[in-house]
Write a protein that binds this ligand. Structure first.
Ligand code: HEC
Ligand code: HEC
Ligand code: HEC
Ligand code: HEC
Ligand code: HEC
Ligand code: HEC
Length: 266
């Protein structure tokens, strides 16, 4: 009798839950169509101002890149992380440094390629500001098919070069909790701050700027030490911020400055 009572109570409870469920459910679930609501971010991401939507063809059939480095699964860790388990052979053939015919590679299954999609930087289930988290590996390190919270990502840092002595140093942001620094942790997980590439070093006005290239643009001159990536590159359009109109920059930028910010991509 007691059991039947409990059963009835449960049914009533479930029934009443269903009724109250007319409240909209949280749309932030895996595989939601993020762009259906966030149309501004979606159109910026999909346009040519944000390279994070670069196609499989652009990434996997670049002649210079393919002849310099053998295609391998690691390419997907930064270029289309959610597809890592499919392997690079799912997307391109042949996997060699010659190509077939020589100097050409063919992409396939392009519909499966999702590039650096929203959920690579945003964990739909997270509750921190902007839901920032990293899906997959850190740089080309060990693969894991899940998220690392920004609070658990390695400390964000910059490589800094002095334009008077050529000395380089490593700068760790003293406060790792600001939004700009949390975002920089995320950027650093694919844009390796220490990667200058293998091209020859260049000397400008007697200053050795080191090898020029690599996946990182984060070598900055001492003046720009302490700024996070999103202080200069808005997260979804990446159009360089005008330093004359931003208060944190205009103190120095009242006069026209010449030169570049990333001195490892002169
Ligand atoms: C650690 C992350 C990472 C890995 C692994 C990686 N890339 Fe990249 N790749 C980048 C980043 C970041 C850029 C943007 C570089 C820039 O503009 O400064 C880039 C740029 C590119 C470009 C644009 C053209 C250029 O300038 O080189 C191509 C093509 C490319 N990668 C192909 C590949 C291929 C093929 C592989 C695997 C062999 C690969 N990448 C592995 C992060 C990575
Ligand atoms: C390369 C990483 C990256 C990718 C990919 C990315 N975002 Fe973001 N997003 C960020 C960062 C960093 C912030 C926080 C800083 C800011 O608000 O600009 C952010 C902020 C946001 C916000 C909060 C904006 C606000 O004004 O409060 C929304 C919404 C958002 N992203 C949606 C998207 C959607 C939708 C996509 C895919 C179309 C996407 N993002 C792709 C990095 C990314
Ligand atoms: C049905 C509409 C809808 C869909 C689909 C949707 N969002 Fe949102 N999103 C919202 C609304 C409304 C807010 C603001 C209220 C809130 O924080 O929940 C928001 C807030 C956000 C924020 C800012 C959160 C913060 O606290 O700063 C981010 C980042 C974000 N969404 C990313 C995404 C991503 C990534 C997806 C896809 C997995 C997605 N959204 C899908 C409606 C949507
Ligand atoms: C999942 C790896 C990944 C993360 C995280 C990431 N990037 Fe990228 N980024 C790339 C790759 C790979 C490219 C080269 C284009 C491509 O293949 O999509 C690139 C290209 C770029 C470019 C050059 C092209 C453009 O869009 O104008 C900028 C700028 C950039 N990233 C800035 C950032 C910033 C700022 C952050 C942090 C908010 C960030 N990236 C986070 C992988 C990443
Ligand atoms: C002080 C401002 C500043 C900071 C901080 C900064 N950038 Fe840049 N970035 C620029 C400017 C300006 C350019 C255009 C070329 C130049 O001057 O070097 C640029 C260019 C780039 C490009 C090449 C874009 C293209 O269209 O080819 C990438 C990739 C990039 N930045 C990534 C990053 C990442 C990742 C970080 C953080 C680790 C970062 N930047 C921090 C100002 C900045
Ligand atoms: C402490 C002074 C200082 C601050 C603060 C500063 N800059 Fe600069 N910036 C310089 C100097 C000096 C140069 C010239 C460097 C060179 O010759 O390479 C420069 C060069 C640049 C350039 C390349 C030249 C140009 O104007 O196109 C850009 C872009 C730039 N800075 C962006 C920024 C942004 C964005 C901020 C704020 C987030 C900022 N800077 C903050 C001192 C500063």
């Amino acid at each position: 009798m007691k059991k039947l009572f409990l059963g009835l109570a449960l049914i009533t409870l479930v029934g009443s839950c269903k009724k109250e469920n007319t409240e909209p459910q949280n749309p932030h679930v895996a595989n939601a169509n993020c762009g259906s609501c966030h149309s501004t971010e979606q159109s910026q991401w999909a346009s040519s101002i944000d390279f994070h939507a670069l196609s499989a063809t652009d990434v996997l059939t670049n002649v210079d890149h393919n002849t310099a480095e053998l295609l391998n699964d690691d390419c997907l860790k930064c270029h289309s992380p959610f597809q890592y388990s499919l392997g690079v052979t799912h997307f391109v053939t042949p996997v060699d440094q010659i190509g077939q015919p020589v100097g050409t590679w063919t992409v396939r299954n392009t519909g499966d390629w999702k590039a650096t999609k929203c959920e690579v930087c945003h964990d739909p289930g997270a509750t921190n500001t902007a839901k920032l988290a990293k899906y997959g590996s850190l740089l080309d390190g060990q693969w894991s098919a899940g998220y690392t919270k920004v609070s658990a990502l390695p400390a964000a840092y910059q490589k800094v070069i002095s334009l008077s002595s050529s000395d380089t140093s490593t700068y760790f942001y003293p406060d790792q909790t600001t939004l700009a620094v949390q975002a920089t942790k995320l950027c650093n997980s694919c844009h390796d701050p220490a990667d200058q590439g293998g091209d020859p070093a260049i000397i400008v006005d007697g200053i050795n700027l080191g090898p020029q290239g690599g996946d990182s643009r984060s070598y900055v001159a001492t003046y720009h030490q302490g700024f996070g990536c999103i202080d200069c590159h808005p997260s979804h359009d990446f159009i360089n911020i005008n330093p004359k109109t931003k208060p944190s920059c205009s103190g120095c930028h009242t006069l026209t400055q010449t030169g570049k910010v990333h001195l490892n991509h002169w």
